[in-house]
Design a protein around this ligand. Sequence first.
Ligand SMILES: *[C@@H]1O[C@H](CO)[C@@H](O)[C@H](O)[C@H]1NC(C)=O
Ligand SMILES: *[C@@H]1O[C@H](CO)[C@@H](O)[C@H](O)[C@H]1NC(C)=O
Ligand SMILES: *[C@@H]1O[C@H](CO)[C@@H](O)[C@H](O)[C@H]1NC(C)=O
Ligand SMILES: *[C@@H]1O[C@H](CO)[C@@H](O)[C@H](O)[C@H]1NC(C)=O
Length: 398
Amino acid sequence: MQTMSAVSFAVLLLISLATTNAHNITRILDKHPEFSTFNRYLTLTHLAGEINRRQTITVCAVDNAAMSSLVAKGLSLVTIKNVLSLHVFADYFGSKKLHQITKGSTSTATMYQATGEAPGTTGYVHITDVKGGKVKFTPEDNPTQTDVVYVKSIQELPYNISVIHISEVLQSPEAEAPTSAPDLNLTSLLQKDGCKAFYDLLSASGAIGTFLSTVDGGVTVFCPSDAAIKAFAPKYKNLTAEGKTSLLLYHGVPIYNSMGMLRSSNGLMNTLATEGANKYDFTVKNDGEDVKLKTKVVTAEITGTVIDDEPVAIYKIDKVLLPRELFKGTVEADEPAAAPKAAKKKKKPAKKGDKAEAPGPDSSDDYSDDDAADQTANSGGRLVASAVMALCFALVFV
Ligand SMILES: *[C@@H]1O[C@H](CO)[C@@H](O)[C@H](O)[C@H]1NC(C)=O
Ligand SMILES: *[C@@H]1O[C@H](CO)[C@@H](O)[C@H](O)[C@H]1NC(C)=O
Ligand SMILES: *[C@@H]1O[C@H](CO)[C@@H](O)[C@H](O)[C@H]1NC(C)=O
Ligand SMILES: *[C@@H]1O[C@H](CO)[C@@H](O)[C@H](O)[C@H]1NC(C)=O
């Protein structure tokens, strides 16, 4: 009997190891139909992806009956997102911890607080361990709400994610206040948050028009950092006008990709530059929390999110994406080789010397980056493998 439970415990551990740092709130709640509305709204508001991305988090789920009163308020999706993000704590509270709160009460920051849209302490929730084993939750900006209590634990993966059932929706006047629609103005979005240099190129080349025309149907923009653009300037200047446009369009994808979607999809991605035989594609490769974009010439990594709000996503990347069609020496490059010549004629010959540095050394740098990344992935794999071996040992000795 004891052996059996030890075995099933080990198997459970193995299963959770296999899904390491890949908790999926949608999947966790899928097993509990009484939370299906809450679950659906986590997906609709894209909170699910943000929850999956975080480590050390608590999700306070409310059942369908409690959700129906929230839905009946007819709030916009953006507002519902604010309300629900108040139900996600940036700390781990399992059942045990909830019932052992020091001095009986504590205050915890929520994901609503993390949005920066919650003024003052409105993004905080007060947790009180009331006598008699009851635990109460009260939004900081709504102290009169005293009806929200802990019901049960739904799933605990210490100390990554704890999903608990609470009795009612946490009500916060601030979170429920009407929010203006998110700013989906690509022009203004691209001009802030370190995308200015990229925007200037889009604007100067006219490529911005193509980006703007795709917004309605969804668009994902990968914006190289200002530093990356600066470092790339000599090579960029060397491109023909057509090459410049293609290179810029190569940084846009004509569909919306949330961070969650990028994290869960490996594969080829077409771009705004893709046209017939000119593939201009790259590969998305996710490695745990990281998302890498691999062209045949360079591997860039997503370093930040400017906006991820359907239908627009803008991510910052650490390198300029170099398409095989324009770079990588002279292999199968009749067109690009011929094109720069035409451009050069207009320029002063004195500058030619400066430009003699071929993309060669750079691209080999990039390849070694790649190797490093692969090695990290491998060592991750090795870690899991050794953990599995350790468990098998444990099994043998039970
Ligand atoms: C929590 O996440 C860490 C890091 O990803 C992982 O090693 C650990 O196994 C996870 N714990 C559980 C219980 O899933
Ligand atoms: C999470 O689980 C849901 C339902 O099983 C699935 O549709 C979704 O693709 C998963 N997300 C990730 C990031 O794995
Ligand atoms: C978008 O923002 C730019 C720059 O801030 C502004 O000039 C333009 O009028 C805006 N467009 C719309 C449709 O609001
Ligand atoms: C510019 O283009 C020429 C001709 O293709 C090439 O030889 C040179 O290395 C390039 N310069 C840079 C900085 O890429």
